[in-house]
Design a protein around this ligand. Structure first.
Ligand code: PMT
Length: 405
């Protein structure tokens, strides 16, 4: 579950334990991770790139100057792609380079270029592990927040016995899952930021006892609120009527209609850094709501609707507008409609949500999104709404940070 849909960048350096990495990749993929592999030249002496390509399903990256890789996914792109950078096995030499910020090959360059947390599974001779220089390097890396898995103790390939063996792939996968779930929270990407999220449906009255609404359950918006709060944001959730409740640290403003939602949003928008419109707001409301219950007088009933205010568009038109992420729930031509909303509503980012399948989107526990900006498009594959919320917020953070520079 913890590795589901996570982008794991695996760096393999040249130690005998590298022979275990095809099994490691296989187990990561079985745990739901997407794996890309980068190898040092010496790692290729211990394990075949072809074997790793076969188990990961992706081309292996090796050189900073690889023209193919630059075209498809340059080192910066690869560094940004990663949710976590696992280096296994990490030799004493690679750890020394990392501690000093050397970047003389693709693996060490990625370690400098990635904003993702770095996790190291060391593998070396026990004497090398115990060497004062290695201890110093471990201390430096520890202070920078690099996490270690192992090494284990036992008999080594050279015949020595002691600490220095790479831990078994199964154990690495399970420890990595733990790191991943802590990483999003630990990173506190949104510390000091105010994020407002709209969620759920709105209800538009037809008379004092009837209303029209839609199938939004609020699950997606509440998952985003929860994930944003875990990442350090101060969250204001403006929610239409739903059957779920928000976490204790989330300020939740309950509303009914689109007009109520607009008022609740606008009264606090001036202090917000980021605005995420996930609510399924009714586009229309009754032009005049009768004050008494409508009686069954005739065979047919004709109602006249007028447009509701567009909350997202109103926020995006503000002079000091926050960073705006809109959603686009569509059943056909999903990307085209989303792109048109991105430009028409003057948004920074839009999450296109194909709601044509009952398995995903409205009122389901899972969802999938295509996140579009003026210059990028990222597919977030089907996953639980919580996992998707974390991925969406990680993408939003990179984009938001870029707009602040
Ligand atoms: O709540 P769930 O059951 O978990 O389902 C999640 C979801 C499918 C509702 C959610 O993922 C989603 O797609 N939300 C957007 C739904 C929608 O109304 O999309 P839209 O294409 O009609 O609107 C475009 C954007 O403008 C949305 O960000 C919407 O919040 C916003 N909007 C629309 C109309 C309006 N009057 N005011 C708005 O702010």
């Amino acid at each position: 579950m913890q590795l589901e849909q996570k982008n794991v960048l695996l760096g393999i350096s040249g130690g005998i334990a590298a022979y275990k990495t095809p099994d490691l990749v296989r187990k990561l993929v079985a745990a739901g991770a997407k794996v890309r592999v980068v190898m040092t030249d010496s790692a290729k002496e211990f394990v075949s790139p072809l074997a790793l390509q076969a188990v990961s399903g992706n081309k292996i990256s090796n050189s900073l100057l690889d023209e193919d890789a630059e075209a498809a996914m340059g080192h910066i792109e690869l560094a940004r792609w990663a949710d976590i950078f696992l280096i296994a096995p990490a030799t004493a030499n690679v750890m020394a380079k990392l501690s000093h910020g050397l970047a003389d090959d693709l693996l060490t360059t990625l370690a400098l270029a990635t904003p993702a947390p770095i996790v190291i599974a060391p593998a070396m001779n026990q004497q090398m592990w115990a060497a004062p220089a290695t201890s110093d390097n471990i201390n430096i890396l520890n202070q920078r927040g690099v996490n270690f898995i192992g090494p284990a103790s036992g008999e080594q390939a050279c015949g020595d016995v002691g600490y220095g063996r790479m831990v078994e792939p199964e154990e690495i996968v399970s420890a990595l899952g733990e790191h991943i779930s802590h990483a999003a929270k630990d990173l506190q990407l949104f510390a000091g930021k105010n994020i407002m999220i709209t969620a759920g449906p709105t209800r538009e009255a037809l008379d004092p006892v009837r209303y029209i609404t839609n199938h939004s359950s609020g699950k997606m918006g509440y998952a985003i609120a929860e994930a944003a709060e875990e990442m350090g944001a101060t969250v204001t959730l403006v929610s239409g009527p739903v059957n779920i409740s928000a976490g204790a640290n989330i300020r939740c403003k309950q509303v009914i209609s689109a007009q109520n939602m607009l008022e609740a949003v606008m009264s606090d928008i001036a202090t917000q850094d980021i605005f995420i419109a996930c609510a399924a707001v009714a586009d229309f409301r009754l032009a005049e709501v009768p004050t008494h219950k409508v009686k069954k007088k005739d065979e047919t009933l004709t109602l006249s609707f007028e447009q509701n205010p567009d909350i997202l568009k109103t926020v995006a038109a503000l002079k000091n507008k926050p960073f705006t992420l809109g959603f686009a729930a569509e059943t056909n031509d999903v990307e085209a409609y989303a792109r048109s909303k991105l430009s028409r509503k003057n948004l920074d980012m839009i999450a296109a949500n194909d709601v044509s399948s009952s398995e995903l989107g409205f009122n389901s526990d899972r969802n999938a999104l295509t996140v579009i900006t003026k210059n990028s498009k990222t597919e977030l594959a089907p996953a639980s709404k919580k996992v998707l919320a974390q991925q969406l917020l990680t993408l939003l953070h990179s984009e938001y940070t870029a707009t602040q520079q």
